[in-house]
Design a protein around this ligand. Structure first.
Ligand code: HSE
Length: 291
């Protein structure tokens, strides 16, 4: 018995929700195949597309499954094959896709002892291994689909938010690798009260916009005065790219997760095509490699 799954890429933070807000993408993702084995061992048989560790203690997929099996008190073994389409260190939840995909598929093969929400805490162990921090804003939407909000970490409480039907993303990935660990290291631990006020205003308005399908409000809420100024210096021509996206009709623009990918959120297919073209032309013009 084997299971083959699509493990989606995700956009975390969405400007106004550092470590608490994320969204699942339905067109970019990895493929994973899982089978039970009778060896009581977690084995990664093959990874294509990326050079990632195969040893079970160093791979996020096996570490996440191990956390789940420990809770179950099970020693079931699994064989895993991964076709990575999401580049590691690109900012669209590469480690989250592997962690979330692994626990999702293993849970299915075990007869679903957990629901999707209960799997988040196990997938977070993969994130801890990858970035030194067990954040949930990629694994939660990867497991639950659509938009997710981490209401609290202690205790973990995650909510699913509605997805307005015309929301589209353009993701541009400048071909530099930025590890989440490194781009977390540039963040100061203190926040000014005036910036915090701006941020929670935006986050609440963003959520309201999702419920009321108010696309303009969603766009105006995609603002980050806290993290973005510290991280955007690591991304080539960030401010120029943002202006170009907004001038060409994007609702909002920001860093995808910890970068270096950036996202433009758009309403409908026409605006999306225009924004995509304008962003690509700008980077081509500047000689920046991207995909
Ligand atoms: N919230 C995390 C961060 C997401 O920004 O570091 C990492 O993909």
């Amino acid at each position: 018995e084997e299971i083959k799954i699509f493990a989606p890429a995700t956009v975390a933070n969405l400007s106004c929700g550092f470590d608490v807000l994320g969204c699942c993408l339905d067109t970019i993702g990895d493929q994973m195949i899982l089978r039970k084995n009778n060896l009581n061992k977690l084995r990664i048989l093959r990874i294509t597309g990326q050079d990632l560790p195969l040893e079970s203690e160093n791979n996020v997929a096996t570490v996440a499954i191990d956390a789940m099996l420990k809770t179950l008190g099970s020693t079931q073994g699994f064989d895993i094959e991964i076709d990575k389409n999401i580049k590691a260190g690109s900012g669209i939840g590469s480690s989250a896709a592997s962690s979330a995909g692994a626990v999702f598929a293993a849970n299915m093969l075990l007869g679903e002892p957990f629901n999707s929400k209960e799997l988040i805490v196990f997938a977070m162990e993969g994130e801890r291994l990858a970035s030194g921090n067990a954040h949930a804003d990629n694994v939660a939407p990867a497991l639950m689909g659509g938009f997710s909000l981490v209401k609290s970490y202690h205790p973990l409480e995650v909510l699913s938010l509605p997805s307005p039907p015309e929301i589209r993303f353009v993701i541009l990935h400048p071909l530099i690798e930025l590890k989440t660990k490194d781009s977390r290291a540039v963040i100061k631990q203190q926040v000014q009260l005036k910036d915090a006020i701006g941020q929670w205003g935006n986050l609440a308005a963003f959520v309201s916009g999702l419920y009321t399908e108010d696309y303009e409000l969603i766009g105006r809420s995609l603002e980050d005065k806290i993290i973005e100024p510290m991280r955007s210096v690591l991304i080539p021509y960030f401010e120029e790219l943002k202006n170009i996206a907004l001038e060409n009709g994007a609702l909002g623009f920001g860093i995808s997760g910890s970068g270096p990918s950036v996202f433009a959120m758009c309403k409908g297919d026409t605006a999306t095509a225009n924004v995509k073209k304008a962003m690509q032309l700008f980077y081509q013009d500047k000689g920046i490699e991207f995909d």
